[in-house]
Each structure stands twice: as C-alpha cells, then as structure tokens.
Ligand binder design. Structure first.
Ligand code: ATP
Ligand code: MG
Ligand code: MG
Ligand code: MG
Length: 476
C-alpha cells in the first residue's frame, strides 16, 4: 500500500512529487476543491479537481462522507493556512455516501446530538482530536513509568475481592443468577457456579497491585475498571480505565510527588505531540464561550490553563483545612452548596470544584481525610481520626486521583478490618504482605477518562471514551 497519510504530506516540502492519498470527503466546493480527511490530522488536505478531469456522474458522487482514493501531485498551495495541496490526476470513489441521508452535515453539530450518533462521531474534528489525544495520553503513561523502572502488571478483571467495600460491583456468574440455589440464610449459593465463589468485575486492582509491589518494588496497572454507579453525572462511567501505581518504600509525601510529576508529564507530552489538536479544542471552547455572558467566560484558554499547571506546584492542604476554607467561603454563606459542609463529610464535586476553581485556582492535593469515609487499607494517622489519604482535585472536574499510604502494621490493619466488617478470613492472602517483610508503601488511582477530560477541556466524560457505558448508553 503506497498511500501517504495526510499528516505526513502536510509537513512535506511540495515539489510536484506524485502522491496517493485516501480518506473521506469533508466538503466539496465549486466542483473544484475537496477537503479530504484521513484521521491522521485535524487538518484536511485540499484536493484540486481541474475542469475536465471527471465526468458529471463522478463529480456528483463526491459528497460529504464519501471515501476516495486520490492520485496526484503535491504542489504549493495558494490558499491561506496550508502549505501544500494535491493537484489530482485521478480520483477513484472507494465508497459512496448518500449526502441526503448522511447524519453528519458540513456544519457544527452539538455534542448532545453527536452522543446520539456515537457510532459516527469519530468522523468529526472534535472527536478525532479527542481520541488522538487519548491515544497520546495512554502512550505517555507507559513511557513515564517505563522510564522510572516500574513494572506494568495486569490485575484480574474477574475477582472475588471487594477492594473498596463500596457495593458498586457488577456480579459475574456463568449461570443466570435465578438458577443458582440459595443458602439457608437466603443468599445466592455461588458454590454451584464455575468459580465456586461470588465473583465480580474489578472495581480496582489495588490489593493485587500491593502483592506485586511488595516484591517487585514499583508496579502499575492500566486497565478497565467497572462500577455499577447509579448516579448520572458528567464524571462517572460504569466502565472506565484506571492507572494504579503502587510503590514499596514510599510514604504519603513520595506518593504526592510522584502523582504531581506524573500529571505534569502527561500534560507536557500532549502539548508537545498534539499541538494542533489542542489548538483546535482551545478554539472550539472559545467559540462555545462566546455564547456566554462575559462574566461566565474563562479568563484563560485551554492552552494557557495547561501551561499554568506545568508552571506551578499543586496546592497541598489537609482535609481539615479544606473544610475550613469551605465554611468561610462566600458560597457557603450564600447557601450555594447543595450538600452539607462539616468535618466528616465526603467532599462532593461542588466542594472540590470550589476549592480548585474559586479558591486556590490551581490543582489541589487534599490529605488526611477522616478515616470513616475512606477504605480500610489506608494508613492510620496518630490523631486516631484521620488516615494518610490523598486526593488530587482538578479544575472543571474535581477528584481525578484517589490514593494513600497503605497501613503496613499488621495489628492496626486487622483491627480496622474487623471494625469495618471486612472479611478478614477471606483475605489472609492480603495480610501475608504484612506478615512477611512488611514495608511502608503507597499508591494511587488516576481515572484515565478524567485525565482526558482535564487535558482536552471537554466537559462530559461520555465524550472522552469511544464507547461510553452509562445507564443509558449500551447500544453497541
Ligand atoms: P468519586 O468520588 O468521583 O465517585 P471515587 O472516590 O469513588 O470517585 P476512587 O475509588 O478513589 O473513586 O477511584 C480512583 C479514581 O478513579 C478516581 O479518583 C477517579 O479519577 C476514577 N473514578 C472513580 N470512579 C469513576 C467512574 N465511575 N468513572 C470514571 N472514573 C472514575
Ligand atoms: Mg465514587
Ligand atoms: Mg471520591
Ligand atoms: Mg476517591
């Protein structure tokens, strides 16, 4: 296949060389200029069709969405904003597209509309930019950890451990649940099932990750995660991807330093490798904001916001300080918060976003949360009330990272598990890490889609994953 991708062509010196390009028509003007896109770049390639090259019937088939093979020469372009164009010597229609029926017209469609035709939205500039950036982020994640000597570890998708005890799990059974017998106390008897145990789709690979980290040193997982979230928010999916590094000999400070460096590395990578896609999304946001009253428009564009995150340290505060800031805020005094604010609550998205967007105006790392709102495995602080947890909050989203130093002291861990009704007996495998050569260790989970939201400036998590799984989205 001797086709050249448009991205490569657009950065080549046009000297009249022969080229073959293949792609889809975005627009066709005056029976003369085709804007062709092949997905490699946000930019279209202009194809010039000279009078007499094609017959009437073929010209009619060059419609929005049609697939073409173009042979021609790469020549300097007289048009604005493009260095080169292709003067066609032959055009073959690879696939017709009935422009009357094609849902994507050459105009701006709303994201809501595109969500309804999610199977076609890859063909728009916005979504192709988002998914190229998503790809870059995934690549950069592996590069970051590889450079630091971390081992990429695959943790199971089907598991019998309930990492969070959050009760948001999808059950897995090889038999229809109604066919499984009941035990005396009315529970489903999974012993008849293939796995012989109640199994579920993973909500986190952390506990398994700890097993590996306390032998390999530094590991990370990067895989799909499932939560039967029954909330319909712009930051929750039922199926999302999570990156979970776990490091032996790390304390909470080391953990925060790594997470901050990691996020900055990812942003820098995308700024270096997806400049044109980012500029397109930046511009798209600016256009969208024009419809808003002046006061609601952001002072900075997407690129400036990202640059700011690179140039400044994240704010680091304790949970107690966060509550104090919220209680002293004008928003609280004017009763603008929907959820209650007092020491002991789990911070809600509105609280997190207030801290980031209105108060500190930068990403915020919150540490030392009340132990009663966090998982059993987090290291208990000496005050008896808090644990060495750390969440990272980002503008426009709220929580993007949840992490902690883990409780490495066997007695403290066992007591906490009992207090929180965690089945200690079934988790002897986990406790063995504390029995034999226990060391301080820490880790965190970064929600991949939330990171994509952060970098692209998109506002709904359904728009940064190719196929969203939410209560209302499962057609294919
Ligand atoms: P939230 O408070 O937003 O519900 P969480 O505290 O339940 O998140 P964690 O258990 O701490 O989430 O998971 C680690 C990270 O995984 C979160 O910081 C977030 O980035 C991401 N995450 C959690 N739940 C979801 C979800 N349903 N969809 C997408 N990402 C998620
Ligand atoms: Mg949650
Ligand atoms: Mg949370
Ligand atoms: Mg969390």
């Amino acid at each position: 296949n001797n086709r050249t991708k448009i991205k490569a062509l657009l950065s080549t010196e046009p000297t009249g060389q022969e080229v073959i390009v293949m792609g889809w028509v975005r627009t066709f003007r005056n029976n003369q200029f085709i804007a062709l896109n092949d997905g490699s770049s946000i930019n279209n390639l202009q194809i010039v069709v000279e009078l007499g090259l094609l017959d009437e019937a073929t010209l009619k088939r060059i419609t929005t969405g049609a697939a073409l093979k173009v042979t021609g020469t790469l020549v300097p372009s007289l048009g604005k904003g493009q260095k080169a164009e292709v003067k066609a010597s032959a055009i073959e229609i690879l696939g017709d597209s009935d422009s009357e029926k094609y849902p994507l017209q050459p105009k701006k469609h709303s994201l809501e509309f595109l969500r309804e035709i999610a199977h076609l939205r890859f063909r728009t500039s916005t979504f192709s930019a988002v998914f190229r950036i998503r790809h870059s982020l995934a690549f950069a994640i592996h590069q970051f950890f590889n450079e630091k000597g971390f081992v990429y570890l695959h943790t199971p998708i089907i598991t019998s451990s309930d990492a969070e005890g959050a009760g948001e799990m999808f059950q897995v059974s090889t038999l229809p649940l109604e066919n499984l017998p009941r035990t005396e106390n009315g529970n489903i008897d999974f012993s008849q099932d293939f796995f012989g145990k109640s199994t579920n789709l993973t909500v986190s690979g952390q506990l398994e990750g700890e097993l590996a980290a306390t032998a390999l040193g530094d590991i990370y997982t990067f895989g799909p995660t499932f939560r039967a979230e029954n909330s319909n928010t712009t930051r929750h999916l039922a199926e999302f991807w999570m990156i979970e590094p776990e490091m032996a000999f790390y304390d909470i400070q080391d953990n925060m330093d790594l997470a901050e460096a990691f996020i900055q590395y990812l942003i820098r990578y995308v700024m270096d490798h997806n400049a044109e896609d980012l500029a397109f999304l930046d511009n798209r946001l600016k256009e969208e904001e024009k419809a808003l009253p002046q006061a609601q428009r952001s002072e900075q564009g997407l690129l400036e916001k990202l640059q700011f995150v690179l140039d400044n340290r994240f704010e680091r505060i304790t949970y107690t300080e966060a509550i104090e800031v919220l209680l002293a805020s004008p928003a609280y005094k004017k009763k603008k918060f929907k959820y209650e604010v007092k020491w002991g609550i789990d911070l809600q998205s509105e609280h997190e976003r207030y801290l980031v967007e209105k108060h500190y105006k930068r990403p915020v790392i919150v540490t030392n949360y009340p132990k009663d709102i966090k998982a059993f495995y987090m290291r208990q602080n000496d005050d008896g009330k808090t644990v060495a947890a750390m969440d990272i909050l980002a503008p426009g989203i709220g929580e993007i990272v949840g992490g902690s130093q883990r409780e490495e002291r066997l007695d403290k861990l066992q007591t906490r598990m009992q207090e929180m009704n965690v089945p200690v007996k079934e988790m002897e495998w986990y406790l063995d890490t504390r029995r034999f050569g226990s060391v301080p260790h820490a880790g965190f989970g970064l929600g991949f889609e939330r990171m994509v939201l952060f970098v692209t400036g998109m506002s709904n998590i359904r728009d940064v994953i190719p196929f969203a799984r939410t209560p209302k989205n499962c057609e294919f």
